[in-house]
Every structure is written in C-alpha cells, then in structure tokens.
Design a protein around this ligand. Structure first.
Ligand SMILES: C[S@@+](CC[C@H](N)C(=O)[O-])C[C@H]1O[C@@H](n2cnc3c(N)ncnc32)[C@H](O)[C@@H]1O
Length: 351
C-alpha cells in the first residue's frame, strides 16, 4: 500500500451507528414492557410493535360480538401474547373459566408468566400447549364452550425474532415452524420438494404471480448442490429470479414476492390449512347451544376456508346466524397497527 492509499484509508470516517437499538436483541427495553412502559408507549405511538410484544387486533369488535358474561366457559384457540385472553378474562370477572391454546413452546411460557403476574392463575385460566385442531380434547375437559376466539397465523414476537426464521428481512435459520420441536423446518422441506410441487405451493398458499420463476430458481439452486439454510439466502434467490422485472417496479415486486413465498412456506410446514379445516369441522360439536365463535384470518386462503365452513353449517341449521360479511378493523386501528391491515373477521352462532 503506497502513502496516498494509506492516508485515504486512514481518513475514512467510521460510520455513525446512531444511539437507537436496531437489532432484535439490542431492543432490551422493549422486551421488558412492564419495566419500560414509557419506551413501549413511544414505540406504539409511532405505529410500530415493540419487539417481544404483540398488539391485539379487533379487540372491540370481538368483545362486542362474543358478549362474554361472568360464569361462562371460553376458549382462546390462539393465545400468542395473551392480549385477547386478558380482555376476555376481564369480562369473566373471576367467574367461569377460560382455556387458551398455543403450539409455540417458546412464547407460551412467557405469556403464562405474564398472565400469572396479572393474577390470572389456574383457577380461572388453563393454558395448554396444544394444536387447535384438537379442540375436541379441550371440550372433553371443559364441557360445552360458550365462546371461542381464533386469531390465526403468527404473532409479532414470532415474526420479529430472527431465530425463528419467519421474516425474509432478517438473517436467521430458514425454519418457519410455530413449534420448532416438531415437524420439518422450511430448509429441510425445500430439500425434498419438486419444482411443480413448490410452484403449486406458492400459488395455492399465497397466490404468487411469479410462482413458476421462483420455484424454478429454488429447485435449480438445490440441484446445483446449494443448501438453502437461511432466510436471507432464500431472499437472494427470489430477488435474482426476478431480475427480469423492469427496474422501476422490481424492488416492490421482489418485496411482495418474498413476503408471499415465506407465507406459502410457513403455511406448508405448519400444515395450516389442514389444521384450520379440522378445527372448523370440530367447532359445532364443542360449542354450547347459542355459543359464539369469532375468527380473525389474514389471507384469502384462510378466509375462504372459514367462510365455506360457516356457510355450510348455517345451511344445515347447525349455526343459527353467521356474519353476513367480512368485518374489518377500523381505519384508525390500521393506522396505529399496520399489521391489522389484512385482517378479516367472521363470526358464527351455534343454533
Ligand atoms: C396472531 S397470534 C395470536 C395473538 C393473540 N390473539 C394476542 O392477542 O396476543 C397467533 C398465535 O396462534 C398460534 N397458532 C397458530 N396456529 C396454531 C394452531 N394450529 N394451534 C394452536 N396455536 C396456533 C401461533 O403460535 C401464535 O402464537
């Protein structure tokens, strides 16, 4: 290196990193909402979800429909952060019982602890690590259920934690399992998938318009001997597969295709359609007469299944009433919580 080069190298300014935490792990205050209320309030007021937290969607709409009264038996099929659970427990006013399920062995103990600290112990709340496809097993213990809520999909804690592999934006293992202790990770799933199967998965699970190009690129990479083990690796393969898109729309299209492809893989590895179908089939048998169910879904595939099941059982007289149309969160809620934007709520009442 000559003198001039040495001087130039020496002069290069160190990039200012800023004072705000950027990575998931650096956001230690957001991971302790009880201790840092002010920081949490600030993050929420900016329209973001603090790391390690989930903002519940359509709370008012759900409570208005469920009409929970003290003494009832309820089921939150998707506990998550416990936001909806907490609101439903308030309505029970220490009388009756709420069952809450989640398949996630990582977040469930944290939520249990949080709710216990709020005074919701086993006398009023039973939390089970269980798939909601098995609601019949819950009903064996609980008896007929007066109200059920299912808030489908993933929580913000799961999406934001790079170790879970749910987000294409953050480097992490390509896992995407709600329960990483069971089943097959997305990385392993890709090893065995054929191009037509992957193409079908992208179309069926996410209406991906570039399914053909993306599936060809992924399978070609695997055939070359590449092991696709991280989120960013997959994101780069998708980006490169779409390099034919004109520059002016490429960035947007790649972002959307990444979102959809990750969604398609997530649905596949967690068998989300299969378990939702089973849940919907078993629902009428676990509901008490007049029992109410509300379901929040986040993409068209899920909503189609809910709509079909509700309509069929309504026609058969098993449900006395179903929501005539989709209920959406208010514009204000979508402004505060961008994750609410794709929410579709439907409800049904058992005859
Ligand atoms: C959108 S979050 C629920 C958030 C929750 N309503 C709240 O207010 O905090 C969805 C949760 O459902 C769980 N989940 C998804 N599919 C499930 C299934 N088949 N059985 C049980 N839990 C499931 C996920 O692990 C996730 O924690």
């Amino acid at each position: 290196m000559n003198k001039k080069e040495q001087e130039q190298k020496h002069k290069r300014r160190v990039r200012y990193k800023g004072t705000h935490p950027k990575t998931y792990k650096e956001k230690y205050k957001e991971h302790q909402p009880e201790k840092y209320e002010e920081t949490i309030a600030k993050v929420i007021s900016k329209g973001s979800t603090p790391a390690g937290m989930h903002i519940s969607i359509c709370v008012n709409e759900i409570l208005e429909f469920l009409q929970i009264t003290p003494g009832q038996i309820g089921l939150d099929a998707t506990l998550g952060y416990g936001g909806h659970t907490k609101e439903m427990l308030k309505c029970l006013d220490s009388k009756g019982h709420l069952y809450a399920l989640d398949v996630d062995p990582i977040e469930l103990p944290r939520t249990r602890e949080r709710l216990e600290k709020l005074g919701y112990g086993p006398e009023i709340l039973t939390i089970k690590q269980m798939n909601f496809a098995n609601i019949d097993k819950v009903a064996e213990e609980s008896g007929p259920i007066d109200f059920v809520l299912a808030d489908l999909g993933v929580s913000s804690m799961q999406i934001d934690n790079p170790d879970r592999g749910f987000s294409y934006k953050k480097e992490g293992p390509l896992d995407l399992r709600l329960n990483p202790e069971k089943g097959t990770s997305a990385a392993d799933r890709l090893k065995e998938v054929t191009q037509p199967e992957l193409c079908g998965m992208l179309i069926e699970n996410a209406d991906e318009p570039y399914a053909e190009e993306i599936s060809r690129a992924i399978v070609a990479e695997i055939k070359k001997g590449t092991e696709i083990t991280t989120t960013v690796q997959l994101q780069h393969i998708i980006r490169d597969a779409l390099s034919f898109i004109p520059m002016n729309k490429r960035k947007d299209d790649v972002t959307k295709s990444c979102q959809r492809s990750f969604q398609a893989l997530r649905i596949d590895v967690n068998e989300e359609y299969e378990v939702l179908y089973e849940f919907l089939e078993k629902l009428p048998d676990v509901l008490a007469p007049g029992g109410r169910v509300a379901i929040l879904s986040f993409h068209s595939g899920e909503d189609r299944l809910v709509k079909k099941s509700f309509k069929r059982y309504f026609k058969e007289g098993i449900y006395s009433e179903i929501s005539p149309e989709i209920i959406r969160p208010s514009a204000e809620e979508c402004r505060i919580n961008s994750r609410a934007r794709s929410t579709k709520m439907r409800w049904a009442i058992k005859a």
